[in-house]
Design a protein around this ligand. Sequence first.
Ligand SMILES: *[C@@H]1O[C@H](CO)[C@@H](O)[C@H](O)[C@H]1NC(C)=O
Ligand SMILES: *[C@@H]1O[C@H](CO)[C@@H](O)[C@H](O)[C@H]1NC(C)=O
Ligand SMILES: *[C@@H]1O[C@H](CO)[C@@H](O)[C@H](O)[C@H]1NC(C)=O
Ligand SMILES: *[C@@H]1O[C@H](CO)[C@@H](O)[C@H](O)[C@H]1NC(C)=O
Ligand SMILES: *[C@@H]1O[C@H](CO)[C@@H](O)[C@H](O)[C@H]1NC(C)=O
Length: 562
Amino acid sequence: MKFSRLLTLLSVVIAGSAASMVLHERRAAAPAGFISVGAAPASEMITLRVALTSNNVAGLQDQLLSIATPGSSNYRQWLSKHTHNHPPTLSRLSMVFASANGLTSTVISPNGDWVSITLPVSKANTLFATKFERFTHPALNGPITRTLSVSLPSELVGHVDVIHPTTAFVSQDVRLVPRMRRLTGRDGPASSCNSSDPAGVITPTCLQELYGIPSTPATETSNALLATGYEDFWAQQADLSQFLSLLRPDISPPTTFTLLTTDNGTNPQGPSDAGIEANLDIQYTAGIATNVPLEFLSVGGFDFPTALFDTTTFLDGVPNPPSVMTTSYGDTESNFGASVATKICNGYMALGARGISVMFSSGDGGVRGNHDTLDVCTNNTFMPVFPAACPFVTAVGSTQGFAPEKAINFTGGGFSNVFPTPHYQTAAVSGFLETIPSDFPGIFNKTGRAYPDVSTQGWNFEMVAGGEVILEGGTSASSPTFAGIIALINDRLVAAQKPVLGFLNPFLYSKASSAFTDVTIGHNSGFECPASSVAFDAAVGWDALTGLGTPKFSDLLDAAFD
Ligand SMILES: *[C@@H]1O[C@H](CO)[C@@H](O)[C@H](O)[C@H]1NC(C)=O
Ligand SMILES: *[C@@H]1O[C@H](CO)[C@@H](O)[C@H](O)[C@H]1NC(C)=O
Ligand SMILES: *[C@@H]1O[C@H](CO)[C@@H](O)[C@H](O)[C@H]1NC(C)=O
Ligand SMILES: *[C@@H]1O[C@H](CO)[C@@H](O)[C@H](O)[C@H]1NC(C)=O
Ligand SMILES: *[C@@H]1O[C@H](CO)[C@@H](O)[C@H](O)[C@H]1NC(C)=O
């Protein structure tokens, strides 16, 4: 890509008079909690990032599904960094972006598919036939500038995927840990997986016992596991050391993690900087994936869609990417909107094609978004969570209890309103749909991508934050646990000179489907909403609470080597 040429093309603005405008994205109203406080001032400068359409999304999708599907001729022949980057189409842009008028634009991604333009609201309103407003939200420090609809000049239709931020409204609380409580009355390691213990504390040792996860150290230095960090939740080395010496004293020398940053991300160290979310993610990846090289990617900035875009851009540019990535953050899918969600999801598709297994927590509000609150309990329109609902990630839900494990009330699950049911899961999901009574009052999209895909324990995880031992729960705990298991299997594959597992789902739903313990009890009405609230029920086979169930390590390993 000729960056300079692209810059020239985009540092100009369309001749507004000539263009007919086509609606790109609109929402009927701002999401719940966002209040318009009036038009954005005409002179306010805003920076919009524009995603240019790559010319190979459909082709890459077909290719990835083939590579990821057991039995295909190119099974697990993951693509190298350079084979999947195709420059976006630019011919139309050159026709449309006609005469320079003083805008500055910058290419902001290595393969030239993102540019940013900074311009006054008045000009943006004209350029995209819109009306930017200011919105407040109780969880935001100040107002944000967004709009309810955005249009494109007809010549750009099919050449621009996303203009952001416009119609995406994602608030600030996107981590998926619902509650924590202090661990009292216990010194040292808890008794493992004791089902008669009312505290029911989960530790790495307990998870090893429960799922048959080996404690033998991984051997391959090229096989890394990455946990992402957003919103200034920081992972503490001292807390990780304390956690491991308490709960995995057999690991020697104790694991540390490599810090990676993008968008000016930082990772300050000290008791007052301990981010529960980041600590949970790093402690349970380290505690499960014994001796697998660990990476923590701290992404700066508070706009969640931007942080997700930039995470994939960052990993696209890394010559030796991790083989597994886990993220314990998410928000209600409708807050993103279709174009932003699709662009982010396509980023995970590209990571999957490079052989990265991408794990996400499935959400902590049951059928009611990332976190349920009392005011939504009687609303029977279910709210899917993104990125869990992206068909190119592996969404991980939560269980609790032993023999049998049950789905926990907050485990996020449901059906996307943006992404259709991918072929790999149609058989599994249709079995679940048959269990739903015809008079079921819940409103959800039967044709959507269904999630989660798998689950693990997700409650009462013993961890360390700021030097203090606490119990934490949430699907936030489950995604790192499952990611740790996949990283250990990859270690064995690399040691045997075989390709890593990469994009997992077609494998999970076929060859590996019997490597899970089916979870058949549970009702995901939410953490806050009473159990009488309408929600899905766990069932025999795949269900929208626990997916295929909880992992059996040796069976998964066998399926991986088969
Ligand atoms: C399990 O927990 C119960 C209740 O706290 C306790 O009485 C029992 O000793 C524990 N069993 C083991 C093996 O730790
Ligand atoms: C990172 O920091 C630099 C220097 O303060 C600033 O110019 C740049 O805009 C920041 N980048 C992001 C993505 O926030
Ligand atoms: C119920 O939730 C849906 C989805 O978020 C929303 O569109 C609808 O307005 C809500 N209904 C009520 C009565 O609040
Ligand atoms: C249901 O999901 C499909 C994608 O599978 C989407 O096209 C459709 O708009 C969704 N319906 C609603 C009501 O959101
Ligand atoms: C949901 O489950 C958690 C963990 O067992 C429990 O603490 C919480 O009270 C439950 N919520 C409801 C509404 O029952």
